[in-house]
Design a protein around this ligand. Sequence first.
Ligand code: FAD
Ligand code: UDP
Length: 398
Amino acid sequence: MRHGSHTEVEPTSVQRVSASIIIVGAGFSGAVVARELADAGIASRVVDSRSHVAGNAHTERRSNGVMVHVYGPHIFHTGDEHVWEYINRFGDMVPYNHRVKATSGGKVYSLPVNLHTINQFFDATMSPEEAQAFITSKADSTIDTPVSFEDQALKFVGRELYEAFFKGYTQKQWGVSPTELPASILARLPVRFTYEDSYFNHPYQAIPRDGYTPIVEAILDHPLIEVSLNTTVTPSDVADAEHVFWSGPIDQYFEGKFGALGYRTLDFVESSSDGDYQGCPVMNYCDVDVPYTRITEHKHFAPWENHAGTTVYTEYSRLAEGEDIPYYPIRQVEEKKQLGDYVAAAQQASCVTFLGRLGTYRYLDMDVTIKEALEVAKIYLSCRSENRSMPPFVVNPL
Ligand code: FAD
Ligand code: UDP
């Protein structure tokens, strides 16, 4: 990767680009595509508005030695062998089992909902079978195919657990009632009738020993890749490029002509002190009258390190406006309709491919991001060798 250090890079003009392939965004999406192209002998220039690579997965060590996940907690987890091998090529991934606690009604519970949560919450000592029968008796069996988040919760855990752990948290996180959200959001979380309390089900779960940013730097470290930071690309800057891979917001490429796509943004209030603040990496606050959603204590993501001090983030969620960082795509009916218009416009555009969480306006975990970026590069290379035009998407964003 040809640049001095993250903070020393001068803003540059995109018009002065020599490479004819431009990759917008130096997160996992952009970096993986650049690397695959470079390994195939094709030069590209990767441009990012931020002063660092790695996008939202960026990590930084604070003066107390704690590695901070600057844009919120990031745990690498996957079931995909190929993606797992890929990330291990570029850095040392340390096995890490993510466990989350939740405060609700003045008590602390284990999450995701598991046998411990059920026994704690109902003050019982049920066996797996008893708990399953008990929760089935609580669950709303009249709901056949859950459509909303609330339906999904009522069908799988019943009203008490829904109200204690999901209703308030979801209202704070998304700013709307769970009756208006799709069931798919909750479907990400398992419900277990054992004491297994891993947050994720995937066989590979890890945190990079030196943080995510050195991994993305290593992916970009190739003589055929030029990286420009502190540089925001507009569509007219890249109009003459042979091909553009756009991992910025899709609506930005079309200058918002169908309206700005809605996102939730996050405010992280950072504070540092001595000792251990909460004894775990993430504590969710499920009650609606607590204004924040969760507190992250970053040093617990690196249990192999020892630090006398600690750094925590208190996280608040709200609607993104103006220059706010877009975090979670809202994807409700109105946004889906707008997205449809942008997808149709993308299908008419030439020499541009949209990818990544912003380019396709989807919530994507890092492993899926890497998998899709590998696929984008593979399809581009085969289109190029067969003189075919590259499609605007490899996965339909709708
Ligand atoms: P990004 O990382 O967003 O990178 C896009 C880059 O494009 C940015 O750096 C941006 O500055 C740049 N850019 C945009 N527009 C322009 C422009 N016009 N000109 C120049 N540059 C531009 N995934 C997991 O696997 N595990 C987790 O635990 C996890 N936790 C998460 C927690 C939070 C709070 C959030 C929001 C996401 C989390 N994710 C997690 C998802 C993870 O962040 C994404 O998978 C990943 O960031 C996607 O990479 P990307 O390259 O597509 O996008
Ligand atoms: N959720 C909840 N209570 C919790 C944790 C999660 O209601 O304590 C809901 C919330 O709506 C969230 C969704 O479940 O958006 C998915 O949870 P996940 O932990 O995957 O959220 P993310 O990592 O996206 O913040």
